[in-house]
Design a protein around this ligand. Structure first.
Ligand SMILES: [Zn+2]
Length: 349
């Protein structure tokens, strides 16, 4: 079968190649790939900055935002041939740490977890893949290709759970949320904010294209100014850019008692010149919390599926802005100005 593979930590090593059929040890459920979404992590892996192949292998099958159709459910009674499924990405560490031991692999303490398409387990960019039945999430058939949005939605489902967990440390009735960054994560965070009944604001640099329109279609407000210029003090900020200046601005602008959830993974950039002690003082005096959030456990996968099922499919379908064939995977990995979510499509949904 064809697979898109990479030699981790070797820049430019990605290729579409003939690859052995998925091994039985990868799971008893055999799945035909429909589509795999591409995100910044895939770009980093292809650039040689991240990623690990399975023990004993030199190459890693790329891809962690999956959607497939069950070909053979194996002994699983919960799945049927033809079901649409998405594979959970992370597996608990083998020790296991206390969090992995209770199924909270997203909160792994010892970093020995593994991840499909990222860390020591093959991903989903192959014509067929296998998965353990307990890690195969069935998605609503009516979602079709949009099921490929499930994995990024799990990331925001977890982030929202973290925000609520922190907020409930005191009496808390949040009215509004500011989402910084209108990429797939930001837009899906905004969607869940609306579903939670909040007044939603989304900030991004762009002034044209589909992002402002998608935000307005949600019934939310779009801002292309800086965070301090939005004109209100957000009760919740979901930060999805990973940009240093935006993060500092979020910490300064959050309301008293406000919660800032960081989901973006950036690096470097200019230093802001703001002394850490001054930032800390501002946060102390407003009882602010910054919470970092990454990955998702099975509860978040379940919640994300419910959120997608409740969303307007016409709105969701505008998030998938480009589909590329497997042989054109390098086009999928190079970002275009109007891209939101780009997918590599292996077969029809
Ligand atoms: Zn762990």
């Amino acid at each position: 079968m064809k697979a898109i593979t990479v030699e981790p930590h070797v820049s430019g090593s990605a290729r579409l190649e003939d690859f052995p059929e998925p091994d039985q040890h990868e799971g008893s459920v055999l799945v035909e790939a429909i589509a795999v979404g591409v995100c910044g992590t895939d770009v980093e892996i292809v650039e040689g900055k991240y990623g690990w192949s399975p023990p004993g292998a030199s190459r890693l099958v790329l891809g962690h935002e999956s959607l497939g159709r069950v070909l053979d459910p194996g002994p699983s009674s919960a799945l049927k041939a033809g079901d649409l499924v998405v594979g959970i990405v992370r597996r608990p560490d083998p020790v296991p740490c206390p969090n992995c031991a209770v199924g909270e692999w997203d909160m792994c303490r010892n970093t020995q977890y593994t991840e499909r398409g990222i860390k020591e387990i093959h991903g989903f960019m192959s014509e067929r893949w296998r998965i353990e039945p307990e890690y195969a999430m069935r998605v609503d058939k009516s979602l079709g290709l949009l099921g490929v949005l499930l994995e990024p939605t799990t990331v925001v489902a977890k982030a929202w759970e973290q925000v609520v967990a922190v907020g409930q440390r005191s009496f808390w009735e949040p009215r509004n949320v500011l989402v910084t960054g209108a990429g797939p994560i930001g837009l899906l965070a905004a969607l869940i904010g609306k579903q939670r009944g909040l007044e939603v604001h989304v900030l991004d640099r762009v002034q044209t294209g589909s992002k402002p329109d998608l935000v307005r279609q949600l019934g939310a407000t779009y801002h292309s100014c800086s965070v301090p210029e939005v004109g209100f003090e957000p009760d919740i900020i979901v930060e999805c850019t990973g940009v240093g200046q935006v993060i500092v601005d979020c910490l300064k602008t959050a309301s008293a008692g406000g919660v800032v959830c960081l989901t973006g993974v950036g690096s470097g950039g200019r230093t802001t010149g703001l002394p850490a002690a001054d930032l800390a003082s501002a946060m102390v005096l407003k009882n602010n919390v910054i919470v970092g959030s990454v990955n998702a456990n099975k509860r978040h996968w379940y919640k994300a599926g419910a959120a997608l099922s409740r969303a307007d499919p016409a709105w969701l379908s505008q998030l998938v802005t480009r589909r590329e064939r497997p042989e054109d995977f390098s086009k999928a990995l190079s970002r275009q100005p109007d891209d939101i979510k780009v997918v590599v499509q292996f077969s029809a949904a």
